[in-house]
Design a protein around this ligand. Structure first.
Ligand SMILES: [Zn+2]
Length: 295
């Protein structure tokens, strides 16, 4: 399918500055796109960005079936193992909000929500009809197959999660402000994305694996935190590398192990996790981060 682009933006979608310039030209299999970087806030974005309808065309069953050029890991196959991470994350969230309404944006097959539903009334939105149909059939959560801008819930939420989702939006400022409005007072937003100002992403340059045709926005810890505070959140807490412990990650990884020697991968996973705590010249070594924003 031929890519369709919107008009090229003359300013930074995050801070509105006009000081934007060419960053990288990214080539990923059949896809070629340009990224610009804002010299005021460091935000990187696809420019020109894909049109909404072209973006939606990514999320077919092929995307989930791993046969597309650009695909999503199907967590249904390893649910038992992924659950270690989901449960740990929910435990961490419950340090701040114990119960109430819980919304997962980009909830895929609804499996994370399934574990959250032990404590919360769970809701999800999912742009892919393929996965939202599955989620509705197999869970108690209320899942809507709707794009973000058309979603208008009647209720407010105590927790909203966006796990590797915000990078898929062209206009993150509007997304964050809508999340803020949808939260109850004292509610928390949980956002996971890559930090493009970390050494891992900086040293890989244009080969960094996060540069993908489905990713329209690329943040740093600093500019995402600033956006959240500017929107009105009273404080943020940044978890590096992630908001769950190493053992959960190790247990999850077993889902993809086939032979006993695969356990050697635990060395690599552990080192990557431990590097996630370290900084050099003020910059984090790895790009892994999860931000909690409190209303
Ligand atoms: Zn900017």
């Amino acid at each position: 399918m031929k890519a369709k682009f919107r008009r090229k933006s003359k300013y930074c979608p995050l801070c509105q500055s006009e000081k934007i310039g060419h960053h990288y030209n990214i080539k990923k299999s059949d896809y070629v796109f340009n990224t610009d970087r804002c010299s005021d806030c460091g935000f990187i974005f696809m420019n020109p960005g894909y049109t909404d309808s072209f973006v939606e065309s990514f999320y077919t069953d092929k995307y989930y079936g791993e046969s597309a050029d650009y695909s999503y890991f199907d967590e249904r196959k390893t649910e038992k193992y992924c659950a270690y991470v989901w449960k740990s994350r929910i435990n961490n969230i419950r340090k701040y909000v114990k119960s109430g309404n819980f919304l997962d944006i980009g909830c895929s097959f609804g499996l994370f929500l399934k574990y959250a539903s032990k404590y919360f009334k769970t809701y999800g939105i999912e742009i892919s009809k393929y996965s939202s149909d599955y989620a509705n059939k197999h869970s108690d959560s209320i899942i809507e197959n709707v794009s973000w801008d058309k979603y208008s819930p009647k209720k407010k939420f105590n927790c909203i999660t966006m796990i590797e989702v915000i990078e898929h939006f062209m206009f993150p400022r509007e997304v964050i402000s809508k999340i803020y409005d949808m939260l109850e007072p004292e509610g928390v937003a949980v956002i996971q994305t890559a930090d493009m100002e970390a050494w891992q992403s900086l040293s890989a340059g244009e080969n960094y694996h996060y540069y993908l045709p489905g990713h329209l926005s690329y943040f740093s810890e600093k500019n995402l935190t600033e956006l959240l505070l500017r929107t009105g959140f009273r404080k943020v807490k940044v978890f590096r590398p992630v908001d769950f412990p190493l053992y959960a990650k190790l247990l999850k990884s077993r889902g993809n192990f086939i032979k006993i020697s695969d356990y050697r991968k635990w060395i690599h996973i552990s080192l990557y996790h431990l590097k996630g705590y370290l900084r050099r010249k003020g910059k984090p070594l790895t790009s892994s981060m999860v931000i909690y924003a409190f209303k």
